[in-house]
Design a binder for this molecule. Sequence first.
Ligand code: FAD
Length: 235
Amino acid sequence: MRIFIVHAHPEPNSFNGALTRAAEQALVAAGHEVVISDLYAMGFNPVSGRRNFTTVRDANYYRQQAEEANAAVHGGFAPDIQAEMDKLFWCDALILQFPLWWFGLPAILKGWVDRVFASGGRIYGGGKWYDRGVFAGKRAMCSVTIGGPPPIYSDRGLNGPISEILFPINHGILYFVGFTVIEPFLVHAPARISDLERQIYLARYRERILDLPQASTIPYPKLADFDVHHVLKSN
Ligand code: FAD
C-alpha cells in the first residue's frame, strides 16, 4: 500500500506530530510505502494566485479555474503544486492529519487544497466528480485532534455533531474528487487527558492505519442516485 500523509501542525512535538510518526512507523514496519507532506516544515505557501502556474491564459483578469484548465492542458502547474499532485496520483490512500481549528481545516491545509485540487479535469471537472471522480478507487481519511470532549460534539451537544462539522471536508473535498472516505479517526481533548489515555489513542491509531483497506467508510450516495437536477431520486 502507498500512503500519502498531509500533515498540518506547526509544532513537531504536538500530539498531531505523534500521530503522524506513529502512522509512519507502523506502516513502514508492515512493509508499506509512506510519503509525508509536512506543510509547515516545507514552508508550503497556502495562498492561491498566479504563483500556482507557470502558464498564463489571461494576463488581465485572474480566474483561477480557467488558469487551472489551461495549465492542465499545457503542463503549466508550478513545481510545488505539481509535486503535491504527483503524490496524490501515486498513493493508494490519503491521510489528512490536522487539529480542528475554527470548526475546520487549519488555513495552511485549506490553502493546500485550494491550490492543489485543480479543476479542468486534472483533479476535478469535465464530469469527473464524486464516484466518477479522478481518485475513484483510492481511499482517504481525516485524522483529527479536537480541543473539546465528545459530549459537546454529540448530536445534542453545544458545538453540534462532529460528523456535520467534518462534512465539508469529507464530502465537499475528499468525496468530491472521488475518494472513498473512511470514517475519521478522532482524538478528543489530547491536552486534557492522561498520558495513558494518549498512549491508548496512539495504539488505536496504529491499528486503524494498518486497517485502511478494510476500515469502514462513510456511505455517501452515488451520482446515479440523483436526478438531472442533482436531487436524490425518490424510490
Ligand atoms: P498538543 O497540545 O500538541 O498535545 C496535547 C498533549 O499531548 C501535550 O501534553 C503533549 O505534550 C502530548 N503529547 C505529544 N506527543 C505525545 C506522545 N508521543 N505521547 C503522549 N503524549 C504526547 N478546538 C475545538 O474543539 N474546536 C475548534 O473549533 C478549535 N479551534 C481552534 C482554533 C485555533 C486557531 C487553535 C489554535 C485551536 C483550536 N482548537 C479548537 C483547539 C485545537 O483543536 C486543539 O488544541 C488541538 O486539536 C490539540 O492537538 P495538538 O496536537 O495541538 O495537541
